[in-house]
Design a protein around this ligand. Sequence first.
Ligand SMILES: [Zn+2]
Length: 276
Amino acid sequence: MLKSLALVILVSGIVACQSNSTDKAAVVSQSAAKPAVSTGITPLDTAAIMRRKQIPVLCYHQIRDWRSTDSKSAKDDIVQIAAFKEHIKMLADQGYHSILPDQLYDYLTTGAPLPSKPIMFTFDDTDLDQFTIAAPELKKYNFKAVYFIMTVSIGRPHYMTKAQIKQLSDEGNIIGSHTWDHHPFTKLSGKDWEIQLDKPTKKLEEITGKPIKYFAYPFGLWNKEGLPELHKRGFKAAFQLSTKRYPTDPLMTIRRIIDSGHWNSKNLLSNVQRDF
Ligand SMILES: [Zn+2]
């Protein structure tokens, strides 16, 4: 079942974290059960985290020109090359400074200062164009980013290789986990945790030589029953898409918005300013 899903994802070539309205993404169970494992953060801290101003986090997938076969909704997740360059230049011109997850974590948990106009860039799904197109563009403006890797695709056509992932890490970007084969987090149970969390972490740590501390939910989907599994494994924070944070565990439900392929620079700026 996992293999067939992976095949569908890889064959489709449109591995998207999200293709519909982002507000439909999170599945929050109504169960009142308490997490089995402590978050390590007291309720008082959690309230403080919730009160801090959220920092904009952008989510990207493919950076390439559209093909005639791309559907309208697929284009949400495909930012064309010229548009991507304009968007990044606009953010630099506006005075934004990229931050990385440790900075965000310290800010959220301790109030540690951030540079002016902080923003975080994140890239999901291991697409090769993130290495060939996006990374060099970000470098022009001294921006760093987070790459959430789906480990099943490493080294396959149109996806990054181990060496490319290592290079991104060596150049000061952060490598995070995006599961093995993009199986929805909300459906994981039993041995899945080992397959979708433990093994990918081990593989990415072998590639980068650094601990893997951050996670992004496939399709942005999360449920509170699964959050203890992330805490148990030492993840410091996890990134969803744009649904509301879980007030009991805001570090595991950090919001992101997708920079849509349908947006121009002005659209992006107004969405960044409005949503965070
Ligand atoms: Zn994804």
